[in-house]
Design a protein around this ligand. Sequence first.
Ligand SMILES: Nc1ncnc2c1ncn2[C@@H]1O[C@H](COP(=O)(O)OP(=O)(O)O)[C@@H](O)[C@H]1O
Ligand SMILES: Cc1ncc(COP(=O)(O)OP(=O)(O)O)c(N)n1
Length: 590
Amino acid sequence: MAEQPTAPSCAPTSNPSTLSNPAPGASASGTPRAPQTAQVPQAARVPRVLSIAGTDPSGGAGIQADLKSIAASGGYGMCVTTSLVAQNTCGVREVFTPPLEFLTAQLAAVFDDVTVDAVKIGMLGDADTIRTVRTWLSEHPVPVVVLDPVMIASSGDRLLQAEAEQALRDLVPLVNVITPNIPELAVLCEKEPAQTFDEAHEQAANLAAATGTTVIVKGGHLCGQDAGNTAVFPDGTCAHVRTPRLDSRNTHGTGCSLSSSLATRLGVELLQHAEVAEHTAEQSVLTSEDTHRALQWSTRWLHESIAAGAGLQVGSGEGHGPVDHAARARRLEAAASAYPWHHLLATTDSEGNTLDGTSPERLLPVSPVPAGEAVVKPAGPWTAALWAAGGETWHQILDLPFVRALGDGTLDEDLFAFYLDQDALYLRDYSRALATLSARADTAEAQVHWAAGAHEAIAAESQLHEGWLANRARLGGPSPITMGYTNFLRASAAGDDYVVGAAAILPCYWLYEEVGAVLSSQNHADHPYAEWLSMYGGEEFAADVARSLAEVERAFEAASPAQRVRAAQAYLSACVYEREFFDQAHRALR
Ligand SMILES: Nc1ncnc2c1ncn2[C@@H]1O[C@H](COP(=O)(O)OP(=O)(O)O)[C@@H](O)[C@H]1O
Ligand SMILES: Cc1ncc(COP(=O)(O)OP(=O)(O)O)c(N)n1
């Protein structure tokens, strides 16, 4: 399950405290420093985040990755360059470090003009650069400073002179958070690299206690299924964020991306505090819960970015490719499209034949993706045409991060809880739509069938209330997707022709059964959602689906061509709503 501590001593802290460390030059007492509140103007809602780091002209690491990560995490990015690095996905070729005066000139240009809410420090290269940055931040305190103690790139090339390691150790107590990878943590602690999470956790706990700085233990370099990150706080508490390990070569720049995203999300938390502080006497300070929330956001965003990295096709493939920083933004942009659905616009198929409902071939546009075999077979040519037309949507459903993660057991519990909460609300209205359809059916058999479905849906809803949702906090209302779907079903069942209502109702039976067959084939005794998945795929429900298909087939046969077209469109609209329903937790929560 999500957010469970993996180390024995690591339990998510519920103890609010100020963010472990003051920024350079600020009071070490943990009390809020004057510049912190003074620097956040009342109207600021987007944190202004400065990356002080080296470059990567191939765009995967360094400042280039930082700026993309800051934008993706909701901040305004700025950068001050420490070193110009000629590198790509295969390695570092050359490093040019501009004179220190130029570093200071860049810092002055930013700070003279812009209020900086958060700083991420990356590659510093040598001791003189470390000291220059340290002096600057001591004289210009910033509320959030995250240090990624960059030493060696994933290609194995050194990015910090060995003799500068002590200067970097000296910088640690002066920042709020550090994000070392396993070898970097070992260097900072002057120990051998940890082999297990417990060893890494112990090193981090000692370092955090000694320096007063929150240490993020990163799981990327460890083995095991969980590649997640743990925030280890100076008071000994910690909070773990789980993330499944991906089999990917696109890990160039993951450390840069995580640290700059984290600095940004801490900036977001800080500005939210500042907003509250505007109206109350509350002080604008960050808590360990803020850090946990920020780490959760950044870890999950990075996971999606790594997973999508290979699709960018950046690099020869011999080295480590970059992550796709914009993957989530692109997914959400596509999900937010308000353009009418294709099947509601199409009047002819790809060969120019009018979609007039006179035959199963003239019902809907052909799906560009073949549907494959359904577990519960169509009841005749009309429902076969529906299944074939829904092929693309069906495969999109199987490909959704929610469905994939539910199947392989990596789904975070907050996403599952969101889904179930909405499912309970959905079932209540689905039951009403079925009851309406029952009242309108022209055969006793159909009337009984839909009425039984209405009964089962409301019984399933109350089972959810008494079971999984019983002791969990609920949102208390339907999402726009749940509301859109249920209103569509109720309107189709009550206000349109019977065949249209029956076709609209069908995907919730049929696709649910088909998704269930895929999911239950992945079930096993140790699956975190074993109990839930075992409810799928029962013979009784499959028989109900078959009966619904037979009734829809009969209704199509009896309908006029124009009614069939509208019914087929309603069927596909409901398929799309099914997809949206399965996807909505990933839109609402990340
Ligand atoms: N193979 C992977 N699968 C999933 N997440 C990964 C993977 N590699 C790295 N990450 C994520 O990226 C973060 C930073 O990567 P890591 O390799 O630990 O640091 P660095 O890039 O600094 O060497 C990790 O904490 C983890 O969340
Ligand atoms: C200019 C620059 N800074 C840092 C790194 C190291 O990046 P990191 O995020 O640690 O990722 P890997 O390169 O180690 O995968 C860099 N390469 N260049």
